[in-house]
Design a protein around this ligand. Structure first.
Ligand code: ATP
Length: 283
């Protein structure tokens, strides 16, 4: 199980007038949860699209799967190499059933006659591997976003994915649903499946990730074990300068009068908001 599933080196992508990626590297081990982080515009989506086979990189970069050099010409090339991307919108067919969504695109299950019993068997087996139970006949539009997320992951499993890329997977989930997703991520990891986890939520990244690759302005900043980082260090790597969190929060608090303070808003990551007068009060 040890070793890299995926290796990317010197990968670049230029759009007219924009260098979205420049000589970027990425290594994902088998059975690893790997966080891909960077500020908006750092190049994360571009890198994901290259891995998904939906855009072609500039010449000169190298991609290896299981040690073998490979070039993706299309999305199906990536899927056949075991790479599955779960985009934020989940790309499901809302009016089709759970079973149909999980098996969509598996040509062996359709043809002159749709093989319904095979479709249900394949879908049930994918859900069983994830340890979740859903009604195979339910149209996915009847499911919560969290359950739709699981259908999308089950589809990756049905395609025998070796690397599942989760793009902001928790953006519409409650904290309880995030915990279910994390349990599944850990179970996938136990089975040797790799996860590339893209999120802006640093606490969640620290909760599940083994390593972090940091991008900044389309450039590779580094790859770090979780133990090498804390949130402040990660932020400074992402933005390229050190952010003195205590100074940002505490100094104005000492100097200026608070005119509004909000506590305990329902979004988990917002714990306190302060609004200060623009000038200190004269005593
Ligand atoms: N199709 C495109 N045409 C031109 N420029 C693009 C295109 N796609 C992305 N870019 C540019 O490439 C750079 C990297 O964008 P990308 O979307 O990969 O960043 P990101 O890290 O995913 O950001 P975000 O977190 O906001 O999604 C940005 O400057 C972006 O404007």
């Amino acid at each position: 199980m040890a070793g890299n599933f995926l290796e990317m080196a010197n990968m670049s992508k230029t759009y007219p007038g924009v260098r979205a990626l420049h000589n970027v590297s990425l290594e994902v081990r088998r059975g690893e949860v790997h966080a891909l982080v960077g500020e908006n515009g750092a190049g994360k989506s571009t890198l994901i699209k290259i891995l998904a086979g939906v855009i072609q990189p500039d010449p000169g970069g190298e991609l290896r799967i299981d040690g073998k050099p490979i070039v993706f010409h299309s999305a199906s090339d990536a899927i056949h190499q075991g790479i599955s991307v779960n985009y934020q919108d989940l790309s499901l067919f809302p009016n089709l059933s759970v079973a149909e969504n999980i098996t969509m695109g598996q040509s062996k299950l359709s043809g002159f006659r749709v093989k319904w019993s095979e479709i249900r068997k394949t879908a049930a087996s994918a859900l069983e591997r994830l340890g979740i139970s859903l009604d195979l006949h339910d149209p996915v539009e009847n499911l919560s976003i969290a359950k739709q997320q699981l259908v999308s992951i089950a589809r990756a499993i049905a395609f025998d994915a070796k690397l599942i890329i989760l793009d902001e997977p928790t953006s519409s989930l409650s904290s309880g649903e995030v915990e279910v997703l994390f349990r599944i991520i850990r179970e996938l990891k136990e089975k040797g499946i790799s996860i590339l986890f893209v999120s802006h939520k640093l606490d969640e990244l620290f909760a599940v990730s083994d390593r972090f690759t940091v991008l900044r302005d389309g450039q590779w900043v580094g790859c770090y074990e979780r133990e090498q980082l804390d949130q402040a260090k990660l932020i400074s790597l992402m933005v390229g300068r050190s952010i003195e969190y205590e100074k940002l929060v505490e100094e104005p608090f000492k100097t200026y009068e608070t005119v509004l303070e909000v506590s305990g808003l329902s979004k988990k990551e917002i714990s306190r908001i302060f609004i200060f007068r623009s000038e200190p009060e004269k005593s």
